[in-house]
Design a protein around this ligand. Structure first.
Ligand code: ATP
Ligand code: MG
Length: 559
């Protein structure tokens, strides 16, 4: 997939471009409005890249606003994590805003609506309200409290605010139309009583605004010009408009909807992700298998690879599912260009080079990145005892097996040719060691006689090698489209039992001793790996970000 420099404008960019040209707006202001009730995932990244990206592209501003109107699930530490994630992705907000700062203003507008005869206090139970809302084909029923006079409603609303009612005893509802074809317009609830402390306003309030009532007002207060949200809110737009049109607001936002990101083999709802954490299915929100920003980061993804991915998937008006392989392809391409190549043997098999001088030791020149010669070379120690990958030896090789086998010759990367002369086994018949012979003339990977050797293996000098822990990650779920779970089955049923394999016997070349958490490497012939945040100089831990083989091209050709 090539990225053109001058991509066509997507439909939102087109709208903004027209608005600026016609003078409808002088400067655009967008916002990313998360609720601080969980960690951000790759779907949020799409929204972040879109909102902040638009502001950058059109010289506008983008706010980070916490949509914190529900005290039940919101917490300070989520807020901090969200700020960190947005910054890590490479964006800086113009203003940091909180919906909870507007509680007093929301309340004043609610009073205005009551005074205009457009809102009323309803004493029906939540269950009664649900049951009288009607269906798509049937109208709802008016509440018996719907026509109470304005003075009474004002008095009751004040009492609600003062805490004189219990939770569930009454709510404030908009007075619109109980037979409106759009169910969102059937007298939606504006305020409910919740006697819970809010992480920012403490016990100041015991009534809290509903999302649909508050959301448009938040944008109006901040002067948001283009209020961008996902498609499922398109049906709510008439309601937002109704709230905005019936009180005096400082500015009039306009809403545009785009398709949310769905990614194959994973789930993206905070509720389900919280479940995975809570049930201990993953080690935490930053488990490298999680589709969270923190999980992807720990897995080895870079901010630029995520931004590039979001750019590639584009912005559309109809929902679809993006292949996980595209995300992998994006980081693979970036690391292919940038990552230092190193040698790590995941499943070691000892090799003794019998004709190599006993205590000799030499340094082999190794290119750090053939894609980028400016990354230079380093010296890798070579000696009589080496490790190679267990998989790179077969006692009875099939035809066209170009790796090591009895009597066969292979090249050790950047070093020498070796030929296997003897296989040593333990008393149970397991292969424990290979005795090989090297050709001193073959140093650097060629011989004077020009003989051909097809296999090239990676290797690590045994006395110099460092023992490391390797974590091989794979997809968390086995079902491509997790919204198509069979009836009666839940997501634990689709967990991939092989999503994590831990190797504790792997051996790395000594240069990795210096590796710091977050550093990224290509392990020759294996894939891209990053140093885990739990890694210490004594116990180095590497996470596999992605395997080498690119499956994206294959998928694309099929499609
Ligand atoms: P979830 O369903 O995961 O709980 P949410 O929509 O409740 O997500 P919010 O904190 O309200 O989470 O989301 C903040 C912003 O991120 C919203 O504007 C929302 O539209 C956007 N967003 C959430 N999920 C996605 C997604 N999968 N793709 C694109 N944008 C998303
Ligand atoms: Mg939400």
């Amino acid at each position: 997939m090539e990225l053109e420099n001058e991509k066509q404008l997507n439909f939102i960019e087109q709208i903004i471009s027209d608005d600026l040209e016609s003078g409808r707006v002088q400067e655009i202001i967008t916002r990313f409005p998360p609720e601080p009730n969980g960690y951000l995932h790759i779907g949020h990244a799409k929204s972040i890249c879109l909102n902040f990206g638009l502001a950058e592209k059109f010289n506008g501003k983008c706010n980070l606003r916490f949509d914190d109107t529900n005290p039940e699930k919101e917490e300070e530490h989520y807020m901090e994590a969200i700020k960190e994630d947005v910054r890590w992705l490479g964006f800086q907000w113009a203003k940091l805003c909180y919906a909870s700062d507007y509680f007093e203003q929301f309340y004043r507008w609610a009073v205005d609506l009551v005074k205009a005869g457009l809102a009323y206090v309803d004493h029906q139970s939540p269950e009664e309200i649900r049951q009288t809302r009607g269906t798509l084909t049937e109208p709802g029923e008016n509440s018996p409290y719907r026509n109470r006079d304005i003075e009474k409603n004002l008095e009751l609303l004040q009492k609600m605010r003062k805490g004189e009612f219990d939770e569930g005893e009454c709510v404030l509802r908009a007075k619109i139309d109980m037979s409106h074809p759009n169910i969102n317009m059937r007298d939606p609830v504006m305020y409910r009583i919740l006697k819970k402390a809010h992480y920012r306003t403490g016990n100041l309030w015991c009534i809290y605004p509903m999302y649909d009532f508050a959301h448009g007002y938040e944008d109006a207060i901040e002067g948001i010009t283009h209020s961008i949200c996902t498609l499922e809110f398109a049906d709510h737009r008439p309601l937002y408009d109704w709230f905005l049109e019936n009180v005096d607001i400082p500015s009039r936002p306009r809403q545009y909807e785009f398709a949310r990101l769905n990614l194959s083999y994973t789930v993206m709802s905070k509720r389900l992700l919280l479940g995975l954490v809570g049930e201990g299915i993953v080690s935490g929100w930053d488990d490298p298998r999680m589709p969270t920003i923190q999980g992807l980061r720990r897995r080895g993804y870079t901010p630029s690879s995520i931004r590039k991915f979001c750019q590639e998937i584009g912005v559309a008006k109809s929902n679809s599912m993006v292949d996980y392989e595209l995300l992998e392809h994006t980081i693979r391409e970036e690391l292919n260009a940038k990552a230092q190549r190193v040698m790590v043997v995941l499943h070691p098999l000892k090799v003794i080079i019998e004709n190599y001088p006993d205590d000799a030791e030499e340094l082999i020149k190794y290119q750090n990145n053939p894609e980028d010669p400016s990354m230079g070379t380093r010296m890798v120690p070579f000696s009589k005892e080496l490790y190679i990958e267990r998989d790179d030896f077969r006692e009875d090789p099939p035809k066209k097996y170009f790796r090591l086998a009895p009597g066969k010759e292979v090249r050790l990367k950047h070093a020498y040719y070796i030929t296997c002369r003897e296989v040593i086994k333990d008393e149970w018949g397991n292969i424990v060691e290979l005795r090989c012979e090297y050709d001193p003339e073959s140093k650097g990977g060629e011989t004077p006689d020009g003989r051909k050797v097809r296999g090239t293996l990676h290797w690590v000098s045994a006395p110099h090698g460092v023992k490391v822990e390797i974590r091989l990650y794979d997809k968390l779920f086995t079902l491509k489209n997790m919204s198509e779970m069979e009836e009666g089955k839940n997501y634990p049923h689709y967990l991939n039992p092989h999503s994590l394999e831990v190797l504790s016997e792997s051996v790395a070349e000594p240069v990795l001793k210096e590796a710091q958490p977050g550093d990224r490497f290509q392990f020759l012939r294996q894939g891209y790996f990053t140093v885990d945040s739990d890694s210490t100089p004594d116990t180095l831990i590497f996470n596999r970000t992605v395997a080498l083989k690119d499956t994206w091209a294959k998928i694309q050709n099929k499609g």
